[in-house]
Structures are given as C-alpha cells and as structure tokens.
Design a protein around this ligand. Sequence first.
Ligand code: NAP
Length: 322
Amino acid sequence: MKAIIYENYGGPEVLQLAEIEMPVPKDDEVLVKVYAVSLNDWDWGLLHGDFINRMMYGFRKPKKTILGSDIAGRIEAVGKNVKQFKSGDEVYGDLSGRWGGFAEYLCAPEKALALKPAGMSFQEAAAIPQAGMLAVQGLIDEGKISPGQKLLINGAGGGVGTFAVQIAKLYGVDVTGVDRTSKLDMLREIGFDHVIDYTREDFTKNGRAYDLILDAKTNRSIFDYTRALSPKGVYVTVGGSAARLLQAFFLKRWISMIFKKQVRIVMLKPNKDLAYMNRLFEAGKVMPVIDGHYKLDQVPEAFRIFARGEHKGKLVISVCEI
Ligand SMILES: NC(=O)c1ccc[n+]([C@@H]2O[C@H](COP(=O)([O-])OP(=O)(O)OC[C@H]3O[C@@H](n4cnc5c(N)ncnc54)[C@H](OP(=O)(O)O)[C@@H]3O)[C@@H](O)[C@H]2O)c1
C-alpha cells in the first residue's frame, strides 16, 4: 500500500511517498481503508519535532513514521474481539497517539472510532474529530458558554475557530473572530458578527471586553487576555505557544483570586463529543469548512500551505478512490 512516511524531523521536504506493507489488525483492532484524512497543528509539531513532541515521540528521530490522526474510511476486516463494528462499516475518528492516517490502510482500536453518518462525506468526517472536539470542549465543557454572552475567538479562521463559531451561534452569543486579512470574508460568511484583522488591530488593546475568549493561538501574555475580559469573564485556551501556555497554567489560580476572572486550559479528550457533532451535522447546524482538494501525494504541499497559515478551516486529503 501507499503511505507518506518520514524518518527524520524537518520541513515538508522530509515527507516521502512510499510503498509499504499492509498492516494486520490485532484481536481488538479493525483494519480501515482510509478515504480521507485531515491535517492538524499536532501533525505539524510532530513533523518539525518541537521539544514537547520529541520528548513524547522520539528525541532524535520520530518513532511514528506516518502522521495523520483524523481519518475517515471503511472497515475492511475486524479482529476476533471486536464487538462494535463489522466489515463494511463507515467510520471516523481521531487516532492521535497512534497516527498513521497518511496511508491507504491503517489499524485502529475500535474504541477510537465512531460510525460516520450516511449523509456525511468522508472528507467532512475527516475534518471534524480534533478541531471539532477542541471547539466543543473549549466552549461548552471549559467555557460554560451561555446565551447573551460576548465571545471572542482568537485564531478564528482555522479548524477550531470555524467549528466554534457555528456551535457558539446555537447559544445565541455575539461572536468576534480574530485572524489575518485574507480570511475575514470567510469568517463573516460562516457567521462571525464582527471580525478583527490581527495585522492591523490588537484586540487586547482596543478597550472592548468579552465574557468568553476561546484561543487557538495563545500568542500573548495572560495579562493581555485578562485585560480583554469583562468582570468575571473566562479565558479558555486550546493551544498555542508553549511559553504562553505555561504562563497561563502557573498564573491561573492567582488571576482568579486577584482579578476574579477565570483561565482554563483544554486537555483534549479525543472523540468524546463525536455523537454530539453527528447530531449537529445531521440537523444541518454545523458544517466543516474544508479548504482545497488534495491527494495523498500532495501531503507535502498541504503541509506547506498549513505552515504558511494560508488554509481556511481544515485541509483535507483524499486518500483512496471511493
Ligand atoms: N489542548 C489540547 O489537548 C490540544 C490537542 C491538539 C491540538 N491542540 C492545539 O489546538 C490548536 C488547534 O487550532 P486549529 O486547528 O484551529 O489551528 P489552525 O487551523 O492552525 O488555525 C489557527 C488560526 O490562527 C491564525 N493565526 C495565526 N497567527 C495569529 C495571530 N497572531 N492572531 C490571531 N490568529 C492567528 C491562523 O492564521 P494565519 O496563520 O494565516 O495568520 C489560523 O487561521 C493548536 O494550537 C494546537 O496546538 C491542543
């Protein structure tokens, strides 16, 4: 089978299209024929080999040589202990920790997958898992979003932001999105009430205050974010600069005591809310924003686009022909 592999950390140039052996499922695993896979910031961190990923997944060389966590495909075979699925089922899910999605076939434990609704394409399904879960867990579990609030989403035009605005609108909140100039029209189209171009305006210095901030970039001091919160406001980060995240982690209790504002950090629970996303999708309330059509051999190019931040919503790769 074909796969995109990498054996050394680096830029997109270290990714190679290779012919490798088909995987064989263990007793509690299923074999999936992959139809679509999406790119996440985590894949980029693993490709580059940033410090935290090296500590977890190989200091000098990557232990996992095929990236890609968010996959959608069809089950081709099941191990003898698998109860939930049978051959032919269409499934999707986040396989972070195992990866292997940039390949025509992969093996996965059944608990990492959910049935894909019939009306959802494989590409749509592959766009949802990680970014969709971070949006749900950031807004609802940590942010406790409630009607009438003013919400700001920083890094609004990527995977998390484009899901989060659609979920937030179901709560009747006023949503502001922050991203670069070229993404602002798309942000308005998908429901943002207000947009801020971060190349021209710093939302932490314009005097406006928000009840809830959801941050996919975390590129500023926690004190800047605190200043942009209304009294008793809540700041939720899903990820970003490691130094800024550490600052938020160590100061959150102090900020709560002194300023009476909350700082929360999302620890992703993979696949936890896929059933909720399925219901929203089937009701026509949430639709993934998908950028471009890429094939397996174009994964390096998709990473280049991702690294330049040019993507709008999710970059999805079509793997096997349907
Ligand atoms: N908490 C966890 O357990 C967990 C697990 C997995 C991933 N994560 C994190 O979750 C986040 C995933 O977010 P995502 O999928 O939405 O990423 P994404 O698709 O890369 O989107 C990020 C957006 O932020 C924009 N941006 C860049 N610089 C900005 C700035 N200075 N101000 C405002 N916006 C800016 C980018 O656009 P331009 O680059 O074009 O400007 C892009 O549109 C990442 O931070 C990742 O590390 C967390």
